[in-house]
Design a protein around this ligand. Structure first.
Ligand code: TXA
Ligand code: MG
Length: 338
């Protein structure tokens, strides 16, 4: 299959909408990461997403909408808590899980009785959903297991030849996937941290539980509340270790590897000169928004440079940095040293 690279013109949006309406796949920009979209109401089209990504069948997809009236058709009911969240954070990087209506094919929800929905804050995505006239199921537009794509070139690197088109909307401003919260459980529960922080959610909802899988590895046999969390993710080819502590102790840890030709540091911007290994940086230490916007590109860079062993400076564990830490933790297979 020849993958069309489309620009952001009106004509391109109509072309992309045509692919989607006829059961095809199109990668689309959002403010978080690029998504691989198909008509969410067409089970055959949705099945193609799993094939193109090599995604496990039991990992459900997020449905993207452009209006609140679309939400009403997709879920059984909209609780007051959901209304408060959508009013404050949509369009934006927040995905809400609710009991699904009969309109949602099993392929989308991977057999669960809930559906994850979000309204992305990207004009091209919203225009495309409106032009297609249907909600779009879209996981991140990477091959399963590799870092999520934050620009059209990342999508092409993974999916060229496997999908109909990529709509190029430039680099994603947020850079890590949306916050996922379920309102289908007894208490609101955060399943994946993102740019909408636990602190912001608690301001609106009161108590919000943090799923244990956000910061720790599921044990064998343990059920995941969000199936995606049990898979290895965001992983470059190199083995990554996160080093907690300050720059000085980081450098001390690295001494033993300074002669290793394929060892790299994944550091904060501005630290490169002080580190005894070749470096790839992912934003300034005090700027979690920069870290979020650059992490996935930095992981892909390490692959391009042939890194085999990577030591990463550790982000903070609150606010948006919690989302950065959560992704880095998975890229490192939970290997953290102090
Ligand atoms: O920012 C984002 O959320 C991006 C853009 C494209 O919107 N999408 C994205 O999709 O990150 P994906 O498929 O890579 O991640 C969706 C996550 C997975 O961990 C999945 O298991 C979880 O959401 N999820 C989806 N539906 C769910 C459901 N009904 N119950 C629990 N978890 C669900
Ligand atoms: Mg993903």
């Amino acid at each position: 299959m020849n993958t069309l690279l489309l620009n952001s013109s009106k004509e391109s949006i109509l072309t992309a909408a045509k692919f989607l309406k006829s059961g095809g796949l199109c990668a689309i920009p959002t403010e978080t990461v690029y998504g691989l979209a198909a008509n969410a109401l067409d089970s055959g089209a949705v099945a193609k997403i799993f094939a193109a990504k090599g995604r496990p069948q039991d990992n459900p997809l997020i449905v993207h909408i452009a209006s609140l009236s679309m939400l009403e058709e997709l879920v059984l009911y909209i609780p007051d808590s959901a209304r408060r969240l959508t009013q404050r954070f949509w369009p934006g990087p927040l995905t809400i899980i609710l009991p699904k209506s009969g309109k949602i094919p099993n392929e989308v929800s991977a057999g669960l009785d809930t559906v994850a929905v979000r309204m992305p804050a990207h004009s091209l995505a919203l225009e495309l959903i409106t032009a297609a006239g249907v909600p779009l199921a879209a996981p991140s537009a990477n091959l399963s297991g590799s870092p999520s794509p934050t620009c059209a070139a990342h999508v092409m690197a993974d999916l060229n030849g496997r999908i109909d088109a990529v709509l190029d909307g430039g680099s994603c401003t947020v850079g890590v996937e949306s916050t996922v919260i379920t309102l289908a459980s007894e208490k609101p529960r955060l399943l994946r941290p993102g740019a909408v922080t636990p602190e912001q959610l608690r301001e609106l909802l009161g108590e919000v539980e943090i799923d244990p899988a956000v910061l720790s590895q599921l044990q064998a046999g343990e059920a995941a509340s969000s199936p995606g969390m049990k898979y290895k993710h965001y992983a470059p080819k190199a083995r990554i270790t996160i080093i907690e502590g300050d720059l000085q102790s980081f450098n001390e840890y690295l001494q033993a590897y300074s002669k290793h030709s394929k060892a790299f540091a994944l550091c904060f911007e501005g630290e490169e000169g002080a580190i005894p290994l070749p470096c790839v940086s992912y934003g300034r230490q005090e700027c979690p928004d920069e870290q979020a916007a650059r992490l996935f590109d930095a992981l892909r860079r390490l692959d391009e440079l042939g890194a085999e062993r990577v030591f990463a400076r550790c982000p903070a564990k609150e606010g948006l940095a919690l989302a950065v830490y959560n992704r880095l933790l998975r890229a490192a297979g939970f290997d953290v040293r102090n």
